[in-house]
Design a protein around this ligand. Sequence first.
Ligand code: SAH
Length: 213
Amino acid sequence: MDPVLARQTMVNEQLKARGIKDARVISAFLEVPRHKFVEEYLKYKAYEDYPLTIGFGQTISQPYMVALMTQALMPLSDSKILEIGTGSGYQSAILSRLCRVVHSIERISALASRARKTHDELGYFNIHVRIGDGTMGLAKESPFDGIVVTAGAPYVPEALIAQLGEGGKLIIPVGDENLQDLRRITRMNDRVKEESLGGCRFVKLIGKKGWTD
Ligand code: SAH
């Protein structure tokens, strides 16, 4: 497998073909080596059109889903972003190419350590991975320009809306264990605007303001 070629094919056939048009988002997907975020025996499948296991019952999302969430977040080069659910660290790596700083929270410490190691090896130094329950957000680093939740929530945790800055966007899958609705919630003055971006299926968001373990 030639990873450069594999990324070009992924971008053309999975992202552009389905309406991912943002030039900055496309260039991040061409740059980030997705095969470094999966285990050795799965590397040959890293650029395929589906999620892959990363151990501990968790998955690295399908490339298109990562792109859809990233584009919906509309990150700018000076943005400060929070991700809930570091997993492999791939989504945070994509965001790190587009923003000033990315904070990411993961509840499984072994996944957090592995993601940190991958980020270090790639020289992605503007990502800060923490171990903890992301359903409470990260008050001390707030407000955020954007928050992306990469696990399925039973409802929207209120702390996440509270930690958005003016005009900030929260991207979150909300629903039951099998199917969720991907939502974009934008904070505007004291109001919130809510949009649906379609159906999706994520692993469970487990925490104080999520599913129980
Ligand atoms: N964004 C990841 C995919 C995440 S899979 C990637 O790019 O690979 C969802 C992750 O969310 C899992 O690793 C799971 O352990 C984590 N998770 C679930 N509930 C969480 C919570 N309350 N706080 C932090 N992480 C959580």
